[in-house]
Design a protein around this ligand. Structure first.
Ligand code: BG6
Length: 466
């Protein structure tokens, strides 16, 4: 659809940027923090999460930079194991104090804190007790939620429960170190995450009726590889299993019927406790966080033992599922150097599909370009490629607004360089360069990239400079 007049970005639009705790903080075992599952990763020749971007020791300086860039919002996550080293015990005062410094500095600069409660870093002790497969993890999450809401609820008004629950279920290896759960167990984990998220949602609404909360799945439009109706069914299946399941439970409070049948056929329906259905139905989010990087393309399965066609890859690389769909290719799209599809129009499509299905406010909680950056001889980082990438995605966000999508903000990934989940420090996303490489911590100096200055102008003009 063409628009004769583009809708302007609304007043109060949340121009933001995102990070997650384990990818930036470092200080992995300091001041009482207990280990998380992420601390088990010791990649050879690649950055681990022990120091990361050392945000823990640069927090005020980093917030100053956010203020210089003009950020209206900053999305970060709290490290569960920093606040609750014993998930069933008392909170760690030093952990709370660190986030007090961060939240207070943000507020002093007029930057809205948007807090993700759990971003891939399950406390190791919970993992060792069965992780999300163990129902007790939902109790631990509720306890943690109460601590966060009681302590920060006077200042933090926007919360995200769980980052990319659908990625954790569809690409489970990173979150289940040392083992590969069965599909049946994964959907039990998934159900417990739904329960945990619903409990937190109800609790926040009870304690702070003026605060808002939502999930943050990775949602992306899907294309059938051709107009063959069989490809269309495969695309529908993919979208239901990977995307709608998660938003249907959050928004409608019930499982998607197609996915429920798919689980029944495989003997993978989760065990529910009495009251779960009512709990899911009662917990209503106030907005939807959406991480968007790349669209996917699928085609009909052949059910010949090769549909899965496993490829080496990360969370955005499409893998098939036997008898359900096969990975397809899309000749209209390019890829980043790391093989991620670049599809700005796909962002508009994704937002439109979510809006027409759920009619809820949407916050883009992640989108960005991960690639190699270099400091030039003049001391700057000239990342025109990142500017081009973001410019295209912001333009499509504005088109989505013009289509009628209630888009409330855009938080690119990431505010500063951080440890990529699969590619260490080689693959950078930030507006701010951090002077370290894979294993050499160097100065950890912060250098605003060209994209930093460009984004500052976008924010200052509320998108009119695009
Ligand atoms: C998202 C995650 O899946 O993608 C982030 O929420 C992650 O934690 C981001 O960093 C980019 O992925 P990667 O693998 O390049 O770090």
């Amino acid at each position: 659809m063409f628009h004769t007049n583009l809708a302007p970005f609304p007043e109060g639009f949340l121009w933001g940027a995102s990070t997650s705790a384990y990818q930036v903080e470092g200080a992995w075992d300091q001041d009482g923090k207990a280990p998380s599952v992420q601390d088990l990763h010791e990649p050879r020749g690649q950055a681990d999460f022990k120091v990361a971007s050392d945000h823990y020791h640069h927090v005020e300086e980093d917030v100053e930079l956010m203020a210089r860039m003009g950020l209206k919002a900053y999305r970060f996550s709290v490290a569960w194991a920093r606040v609750m080293p014993d998930p069933f015990g008392d909170p760690n005062p030093a952990g709370l104090a660190f986030y007090d410094r961060l939240v207070n500095a943000l507020i002093a600069h007029g930057i809205e804190p948007i807090v993700t409660m759990y971003h891939f870093d399950l406390p190791l002790s919970l993992h060792e007790a069965g992780g999300w497969a163990n129902r007790r993890t939902t109790d631990a999450f509720e306890r943690y939620a109460r601590v966060l809401f009681e302590h920060f609820g006077d200042r933090v008004k926007m919360w995200l429960t769980i980052n990319e629950q659908n990625v954790m279920i569809n690409h489970p290896n990173a979150m289940n170190p040392g083992r590969t759960p069965s599909q049946r167990e994964l959907y039990q984990q998934c159900h417990h995450m739904f329960v945990a998220s619903a409990k937190a949602t109800l609790l926040l609404h009870q304690l702070w009726p003026d605060a808002k909360i939502g999930p943050a799945p990775n949602i992306t439009a899907i294309y059938p590889e051709t107009c063959d109706p069989a490809d269309a069914i495969a695309a529908d299946d993919w979208e239901s299993i990977r995307c709608w399941l998660y938003l249907d439970v959050a928004c409608y409070g019930r499982y998607n019927p197609l996915v429920w049948r798919y689980l029944e056929e495989r003997g993978c329906t989760p065990e529910m406790e009495p009251g779960d259905a009512e709990l899911l139905a009662a917990a209503k989010p106030d907005f939807l966080g959406v991480n968007y990087y790349a669209t996917a393309t699928v085609k009909a399965p052949k059910n010949d033992g090769h549909d899965r066609a496993p490829r080496n890859g990360d969370q955005q690389v499409m893998i098939g599922e036997e008898g359900v769909y096969r990975a397809g290719t899309n000749p209209h799209l390019t890829q980043t150097p790391y093989g991620w599809i670049v599809d700005p129009v796909g962002l508009r499509t994704t937002l439109r599909r979510i809006a027409s299905r759920y009619a809820m406010p949407i916050l883009i909680t992640e989108n960005g370009l991960g690639t190699h950056d270099e400091v030039a001889a003049d001391g700057g980082v000239h990342d025109q490629y990142r500017i081009d990438y973001l410019q295209m995605h912001f333009e499509q966000a504005q088109l989505a607004l013009s289509d009628g999508v209630d888009l409330i903000g855009f938080c690119p990934w990431s505010f500063m360089d951080l440890v990529s989940t699969h590619n260490g420090y080689a693959k950078r996303y930030g507006f701010v360069y951090v002077d370290r490489d894979e294993c050499d911590l160097r100065s950890l100096e912060r250098i605003p990239k060209d994209s930093f200055h460009w984004y500052r102008e976008v924010i200052e003009t509320n998108g009119a400079s695009l």
